[in-house]
Design a protein around this ligand. Structure first.
Ligand code: ADP
Ligand code: 5GP
Length: 190
């Protein structure tokens, strides 16, 4: 049986990764979403095991020591990581899985899974990115500034990805990613 696709979606904070993943999952019910572990505090409405597995720093370090994470990275003062077992089992079972992770982590995944599909989500402009992150209303000003400065470095690493998708309108961006998934399944090596 053919393995599933490992799809990695990255992009600066506020570009719309979460919004797009929610819409993609609605349109593609068979697409599996990888729930990450993080030491960040939950935002209003976020649920443990649904949005993230919320962990203390000690619990997170234990996961690293036990080799339970496929990759992990520190981002704006918190740890984030992808539980390994779930990803590997999903791919082996022939289902596609999407990881919504930042750039350092994505590059580590690329070393381990060069056959993965790496998609970078871009904002229509830097001004629009700032408007979206401010408009979301989940971060204080210092965190917004920090995330915006990291965004510039992240965008400079886009060349390591297979695809660049502009998130101008959710519907268009979704269609672009759906097309990428269809095309990847049609590849001769698959
Ligand atoms: P990320 O997960 O990349 O940090 P979010 O999905 O939380 O970003 O989106 C950040 C904000 O931008 C949210 O308020 C969301 O509603 C808004 N947003 C997302 N995509 C678009 C879009 N295509 N056009 C306008 N606003 C968008
Ligand atoms: P947020 O705090 O906004 O939910 O996420 C901050 C950043 O961490 C985003 O770029 C998000 O994609 C990334 N992220 C979420 N989960 C993981 C993960 O498991 N590993 C890595 N490396 N980054 C992650």
């Amino acid at each position: 049986m053919a393995k599933g696709l490992l799809i990695v979606l990255s992009g600066p904070s506020g570009v719309g990764k979460g919004t797009l993943c929610t819409e993609l999952r609605r349109r593609l019910p068979d697409l599996v979403y990888s729930v990450s572990a993080t030491t960040r505090q939950p935002r209003m409405g976020e649920e443990n095991g649904v949005n993230y597995f919320f962990k203390s720093r000690e619990q997170f370090i234990e996961m690293i020591d036990n080799d339970q994470l496929l990759e992990h990275a520190e981002y704006v003062g918190n740890f984030y990581g992808t539980p390994r077992d779930f990803v590997e089992k999903t791919i082996e079972s022939g289902r596609d899985i999407i990881l919504e992770i930042e750039v350092q982590g994505a590059l580590k995944v690329k070393e381990k899974f060069p056959e993965g599909v790496f998609v970078f989500l871009l904002p229509p402009s830097i001004d629009e990115l700032k408007e979206r992150i401010v408009g979301r209303g989940t971060e204080n000003q210092a965190t917004i500034d920090h995330r915006m400065s990291v965004a510039v470095d992240e965008i400079s690493l886009m060349e390591h990805y297979d695809y660049a998708v502009v998130n101008d309108e959710i519907d268009c961006a979704c269609k672009r990613i759906e097309s990428i998934i269809i095309a990847e399944h049609c590849k001769v090596r698959k």
